[in-house]
Design a protein around this ligand. Structure first.
Ligand code: ZN
Length: 955
């Protein structure tokens, strides 16, 4: 089957006929569904494909439930990423050029053209425009049912005007501020950076952390300090020595009236964090080893010693040692002693052996020196075992932070909890000029680099613009908005709640990049995560602005206030805009009809930034009736067991998919292979294995016919199960369980069909399939729309199945009796197979199926009724009633009431089911079947017959 041809055909037809273009239909319920617009720095791949596929399945499903569904899309080009691509291409960066040559070649085969396009990429707008168009293409070939008239790019004038309005609103509400807060900053771009600008930004979770710097005065040089960085100032009471990295070069700087010794790498951070200093001279760290400093509080003499674990790039490149509570310090000290490294530096042995760990924190479950204990327990022997050391450090830190109490040795801080003392001790030192703060980058993976390749540090800029997510009133609005929203899967609600709490001032503008300038400070460009928070509102009107050729420069605050906030007078706004009142009214109507967003679907990577901002900004700007209603999320996609990466060769661009796979199979696979809250491990082989199933479906329905067929018990059972699956599938979709939906509608119903194929006569099958084909296709259409359209037309329809309604009144096919009756046949079939193995008769020729006597049905029926009514069965009363019958075996069998069937069918129906199945059973087991009634049969075995469980005898 040429799947690709079928797909192309329907994608073209949908577009040509404008099937998914929607507008206001006042008497029809609307459903507005969005998936975040993609970023235009390259082609979309299967990783992106997961969210878009799920989004489209949902859009199609709601459409076929009868909603007027708006599913729009746009292209995000704002910010610095696209600009840095251009810059690197312009600079002739080989890696970038090679990468983009590959990207462009996915869409363009002529090498001359590729060259031309690459050349044009020196302008950022051209990168953005090229990929904006290709992304459209990528989503079309996934079969996405998008209203493309509403497509836009975020650097269009119309969009600029909209974002300007948004920022004016935020500013007037006091939610924007200019100030000096620590931010992540790229040294090469000289710009604030966020998740979007950082390499692997969504995964490495870079953030700003605060370090405490503590000054240790050199004994022989008054006024000169070795400045150590720490996260735990309270441990100063247990300091035994200082560590420097012997390979490092330190720098002596004049800072106010003091001289500091710090690593060279820390200078740029101090500078960008607003420190004023002068570089005096370079000092080899090696030369300081063996000298003394004074501890800041007690003035104890401390040796300066070498340690390899000290990272010059972290903080000041100097640390102080607390071997009793810090695993790294203990291991370094021990190594220093054991390897006799002190000899190399000419430090007297007894000085080194005199260094004794000082215990200063009491913590439950640990003795005097917790760090020594934990290192021994984990068998850590060397500074090189960084993974274990990190784990030990984290464990101990947590334990001490929450449960630790400062000991007597800590003077006025004795008895204080570590959690409090950390800040108190620091303040004490700070007030005496012995400590100060510095900021450092915290991340799950280091080093942290900008997409441009530049190093990311923490800077404090003077006039940086921030969104003030810390504002109490704003947080309160966001909490309220979230509390009214549906979150699917619900487990993610807690993450949203936590994110709302910890979000603080966030830089929202950059000095470069594409997008929209801050309307009241035009030196600044609004960054990409800040210009994409309420743009869903813009989808509702953009096509009309274009259609009526409205001048973007006229779209001022009054216009947007009128459309989105219902402020101002129609006449005035229309006049200013120079459009007819009807046109303006129509624009307003579109917004008011479609808003709010009913469902926003995306990957969990967006939860802690984009989606939370989405909530914040809607709550700040729009009245409550326009706040978003629901968010659904899916986990990430990995490929062939590992994270997707070019170097593993496991990235498949969407544009390549049709070469190898059916898109419908891909969609089916994406929807089925994992539930929303699990990572999907994309396996090429598993996806391929769906192709034969699709071909079979195609053949079944192609060969189906209209016409009468025998309504035997097995057919009634088939219809009952088939339609029950459809009904349950609709129920599971209420919680967006696409995976269960596909299981029921596709896989379970396929199984029902396979059974039917064996059970009914050849000429009946196509007619039975013909009977269910339309309903089946309608239920499958949201998942496999191309094949569904193709088959729908082969069944003779002229309409698009995408616009049909999925079947609702399916209960009329439910037939419990038929299901029970056929279950007897299925069991007999199984029993025969088992029995044949057991009895070991060579070539058995005949089997007797013996149906129980009539009174047994009555007895069981009464027992069931009594059990339902009273929760128990009085067998002796029943025995009285059925006096003279041999009830022993029945009572024995059903003494455990859980074995009692829920319902018993009549003996006649059982007989009918078995008779109808006779030739099937004969064929399956290659023997003659005879069906007898218990009373007609003299065999001892016959007495074992029970209702719905005929006795079986083989000879
Ligand atoms: Zn950069």
């Amino acid at each position: 089957v040429d799947f690709a041809a079928i797909e192309k055909k329907w994608q073209d037809l949908w577009e040509k006929e404008g099937v998914f273009q929607v507008s206001v239909k006042k008497n029809k319920k609307k459903f507005f569904l969005t998936v975040p617009y993609p970023y235009t720095s390259g082609p979309l791949h299967i990783g992106h494909g997961r969210s878009y596929t799920i989004g489209d399945i949902l859009a199609r499903y709601y459409r076929m439930l009868g909603y007027n569904v708006l599913f729009p899309m746009a292209a995000h080009v704002s910010g610095t990423p696209v600009a840095s691509i251009s810059k690197r291409i312009e600079e002739g960066d080989k890696k970038t050029i090679q990468l983009y040559r590959e990207y462009v070649s996915l869409y363009e085969k002529d090498p001359e053209k590729v060259k031309e396009i690459l050349e044009s990429f020196k302008k950022p707008e051209n990168v953005a425009n090229f990929f904006a168009e290709r992304i459209k293409n990528d989503l079309k070939l996934l079969g996405c049912s998008i209203d493309w008239r509403r497509f836009f790019r975020t650097n269009e004038r119309y969009y600029n005007r909209f974002v300007e309005w948004q920022f004016k609103k935020l500013n007037s509400k006091g939610l924007l501020k200019q100030g000096s807060y620590p931010i992540l900053y790229c040294l090469s771009c000289e710009n604030a950076v966020g998740e979007d600008d950082i390499k692997g930004g969504d995964e490495i979770k870079a953030s700003v952390m605060e370090l405490q710097l503590i000054k240790f005065e050199l004994e022989e040089e008054e006024g000169t300090y070795l400045v150590a960085s720490t996260l735990r100032a309270e441990t100063i009471f247990g300091v035994t020595n200082l560590w420097v990295n012997p390979k490092d070069e330190l720098v002596k700087i004049q800072i106010e009236s003091e001289k500091w010794l710090v690593s060279e790498a820390s200078l740029i951070k101090l500078e960008k964090q607003g420190r004023d200093f002068k570089v005096l001279e370079k000092v080899q760290a090696r030369g300081l080893i063996g000298k003394y400093v004074k501890s800041p509080i007690e003035g104890r003499k401390l040796l300066i010693l070498p340690a390899d674990f000290v990272d010059p790039d972290f903080g000041t490149g100097v640390v102080y040692s607390v071997p009793s509570h810090a695993p790294y310090d203990w291991v370094a000290l021990r190594e220093f002693r054991e390897n006799k490294t002190y000899e190399e530096y000419g430090i007297p042995e007894d000085e080194v052996l005199n260094i004794a760990p000082i215990s200063l924190i009491r913590v439950p479950n640990f003795g005097e020196h917790p760090a020594i204990e934990i290192c021994e327990k984990m068998g850590i022997r060397s500074q090189k075992e960084t993974e274990k050391l990190e784990e030990a450090t984290q464990t101990l830190y947590r334990e001490e932070y929450y449960n630790g109490i400062l000991k007597e040795i800590c003077g006025q801080f004795a008895g204080m909890k570590v959690a409090e003392a950390k800040e108190e001790v620091f303040k004490f030192l700070e007030q005496r000029g012995l400590a100060t703060r510095m900021y450092e980058v915290s991340a799950l993976e280091k080093p942290v680099r900008c997409r441009c390749g530049g190093k990311v540090i923490v800077a404090v800029l003077k006039d940086q613009w921030f969104l003030d997510y810390k504002r109490k009133e704003w947080k309160e609005l966001a909490r309220r908005c979230l509390s009214k929203m549906k979150i699917v899967p619900e487990v993610y609600r807690k993450v949203f709640e936590d994110t709302i709490e910890w979000l603080h001032e966030r830089p929202c503008a950059r000095k470069r990049g594409l997008g929209t300038r801050l309307p009241f400070d035009r030196r600044w460009m609004i960054e990409s995560l800040s210009d994409s928070t309420i743009y869903m509102a813009f989808y509702t009107i953009i096509h009309l602005l274009r259609k009526h050729n409205i001048d973007p420069e006229r779209l001022d605050e009054d216009f947007f206030d009128f459309i989105f906030l219902n402020k101002g007078e129609l006449v005035d706004v229309a006049e200013k805009l120079e459009v007819r009142k009807e046109v303006l009214n129509k624009i307003k109507e579109e917004f008011e009809y479609w808003y709010p967003v009913d469902l926003r679907h995306t990957g969990t990577a967006h939860l802690q930034n984009h989606l939370t901002f989405y909530i914040f900004h809607h709550a700040a700007i729009f009245p409550e009736k326009y706040w978003p209603r629901a968010i659904s999320l899916n986990e990430m996609l990995i490929s062939e067991g590992r994270k997707m990466s070019k170097s593993y060769g496991n990235v498949i661009p969407l544009v390549e998919l049709p070469k190898e796979f059916s898109i419908d199979a891909f969609r089916l696979y994406i929807g089925y292979a994992a539930d929303l809250k699990s990572t999907l491990d994309f396996r090429r082989k598993e996806l391929e294995s769906l192709h034969p199933k699709l071909e079979k479906l195609l053949n079944l329905i192609k060969n189906s016919k209209k016409g009468k067929f025998k309504k035997t018990i097995v057919v009634k059972k088939f219809l009952s199960r088939f339609y029950k699956n459809l009904k349950i599938a609709r129920e599971v979709m209420e919680s967006l369980s696409i995976r269960d939906y596909i299981q029921l509608v596709f896989f379970n119903n396929f199984q029902e069909v396979s059974y039917l194929e064996r059970r009914v006569e050849k000429e009946d099958l196509p007619k039975i399939i013909g009977f269910v084909a339309e309903d089946w296709l309608k239920m499958l259409a949201p998942v496999m729309p191309h094949l569904a359209e193709e088959l729908w037309h082969q069944l003779g329809h002229k309409s698009f199945i995408s616009l049909e309604k999925i079947p609702t009144k399916v209960e009329k096919y439910f037939d419990e009796e038929a299901e029970l009756a056929e279950s007897i046949v299925e069991e007999v079939n199984e029993d025969l197979r088992e029995l044949r193995k057991l009895v070991k008769i060579e070539n058995p020729r005949k089997a007797y199926l013996i149906v129980a006597e009539e009174w047994k049905y009555k007895l069981i029926d009464e027992a069931i009724n009594e059990f339902k009514e009273k929760g128990k069965v009085n067998w002796s009363t029943l025995a009285e009633k059925f006096r003279g019958k041999d009830m022993g075996s029945i009572i024995k069998k059903f003494r455990d009431l859980s074995k009692l069937p829920k319902k018993v069918i009549s003996r006649n129906l059982e007989l009918k089911a078995l008779r109808e199945a006779k030739s099937f059973l004969e064929k399956e087991h290659k023997l003659k079947i005879e069906i007898l009634k218990e009373e007609e049969c003299k065999l001892e075995k016959a007495k074992k017959a029970l209702p719905m469980k005929p006795a079986i005898l083989i000879e």
